[in-house]
Write a new protein. Structure first.
Length: 487
């Protein structure tokens, strides 16, 4: 492979350092020496334009489309990965920047992979030695081609995966390969096999730790590093902080499930005060923060957030509290995250959307506790992930309905009425009102503001000229209950 590489793709590390260091802080337009923006002028979108600029304009490589690592650095084949970063939208995020989306690695070449071994696979050839180049996707919404001109280069790092991560990557790759081998074994004709290929992207999703595959067949599926995992890799460059490592490792989701079951058996029925004393957790924290801190201690950690533990950060585990009433019924709906609703209108494929990635790209640990008088009693926890049917039946419906309201100018502000049919008035004298986004009455996944009042001073979001309080995605408590009982 080395003997056929184009001379324009052969470098010393010092040459790469010199070329890339000179780009940091400059915009993609400023480093576009090959004038690729000018070449594509008039087009709305060019797939991979940022990567092309780094590869062709900055490094001076001749364009090719071979399914092998991009460049040779000091005799080592190295994959160049140019990745857009965004500022975290959550105020309590531990990251300086987060990856905007999952990171594509290479095509899932179905006729090839069934005969491959991991060490010599196209997948591992791409990942064994990497050069990550980061640019700031400096826009809250998806931009067209011209928007990339103002995005600055943030930095770069040479990267090799740890032995532990290689074990997980190999395990994930084998799941995909063996899944396809079974299809090729059980179905003899190509037509029959192709009818089964669409199962790949969703049937394995609950098992894959660090990667996924997208989009669905017949579109050519690709291996991708999950957004959460790629963000952890990038964070090693931006913050150089170290996640906490637990004394035990979790190589499969089943390992996490077993730990959850053991800890539930040990602590179920104990009050938060008893747990605080036993685990040395600050009892003065509010219930939700206490619950997460306590669970971290149960897993053997010392940080306050589950996402500060390396194993959980890499696989995108999100902790969510589930408070129950004394009778065991759900106390409240579950607030998930605050989306950019306008950006949904710039998306065309739901399965490539930020909303789909949130539900499909994360697993959740539900921390369940019950309020009884002045006590809060721990009930246990459970790992949850959303299957494809739930996402397509519920999440996509909300995505479609929000897009329809905004794009077709159907969005409006509705004044709320009480049971007697009279308009509800805030203490300030203003009417209580909200936009007509999908609500709990009709949707399991719905949109609702996070403030307790709709007074004008809280209306910091504007869509289609309508001012409203910031909106969040919520999950109905009935669904939460069902996930705990049957998930």
């Amino acid at each position: 492979m080395n003997t056929t590489i184009d001379p324009s793709r052969i470098f010393t590390q010092q040459q790469v350092d010199n070329l890339l260091t000179a780009t940091i802080g400059k915009t993609l337009l400023q480093v576009d020496n090959a004038k690729l923006f000018e070449h594509h002028e008039g087009r709305d979108k060019v797939k991979g334009i940022a990567g092309d600029i780094i590869e062709e304009s900055v490094l001076g490589c001749k364009k090719d489309s071979k399914q092998e690592p991009d460049i040779l650095v000091d005799g080592v084949l190295t994959e160049l990965k140019t990745t857009g970063m965004i500022e975290p939208k959550k105020k309590d995020s531990p990251y300086v920047y987060e990856c905007k989306e999952p990171v594509s690695v290479t095509a899932v070449s179905i006729p090839v992979i069934v005969n491959e071994e991991f060490e010599t696979s196209n997948f591992w050839h791409k990942l064994a030695h990497m050069l990550w180049v980061y640019y700031w996707y400096k826009s809250p919404v998806t931009v067209k081609l011209d928007g990339y001109k103002d995005f600055p280069v943030l930095g770069y790092q040479f990267y090799e995966f740890s032995d532990g991560d290689k074990v997980l990557l190999r395990q994930d790759w084998l799941l995909v390969r063996d899944f396809l081998i079974v299809i090729h074994r059980d179905y003899r004709t190509q037509e029959e096999r192709e009818a089964q290929y669409p199962r790949l992207s969703h049937e394995l999703r609950g098992q894959l730790m660090l990667i996924d595959t997208a989009p669905k067949f017949p579109n050519n599926p690709r291996f991708r590093l999950k957004r959460a995992y790629a963000t952890v890799i990038a964070d090693q460059y931006f913050s150089k902080r170290h996640f906490e490592k637990l004394g035990e490792s979790f190589n499969k989701y089943a390992d996490i499930d077993r730990k959850c079951q053991l800890m539930t058996l040990k602590y179920k029925g104990k009050t938060f005060r008893q747990i605080a004393k036993e685990l040395k957790v600050d009892i003065n924290l509010d219930a939700k923060n206490f619950a997460e801190s306590a669970v971290v201690k149960m897993f053997g950690g010392h940080v306050s957030k589950l996402n500060d533990i390396e194993d959980f950060a890499k696989i995108g585990i999100i902790a969510k509290s589930v408070p129950l009433k004394a009778n065991g019924k759900g106390k409240e709906d579950m607030k998930l995250f605050q989306p950019d609703l306008v950006d949904w209108t710039r998306e065309t494929d739901f399965e490539e959307s930020a909303l789909y990635e949130y539900f499909a790209g994360h697993h959740f640990i539900f921390i369940i506790y019950r309020h009884e008088g002045n006590d809060v009693i721990f009930e246990g926890f459970k790992r949850i992930f959303f299957d494809e049917q739930f996402i397509m039946d519920n999440v996509k419906r909300t995505w479609d309905d929000v897009r329809d309201l905004i794009m077709n100018k159907k969005l409006c502000i509705v004044r709320k009425k009480n049971k007697e049919g009279n308009y509800i008035v805030n203490k300030s004298g203003t009417f209580m009102e909200s936009p007509n986004f999908p609500k709990k009455a009709t949707h399991n996944v719905f949109v609702r503001g996070g403030a307790t009042t709709s007074e004008d001073k809280y209306k910091t979001l504007e869509i289609n000229g309508l001012k409203m309080i910031p909106q969040s995605i919520w999950l109905s408590r009935d669904v939460v209950k069902e996930l705990i009982e049957n998930g």
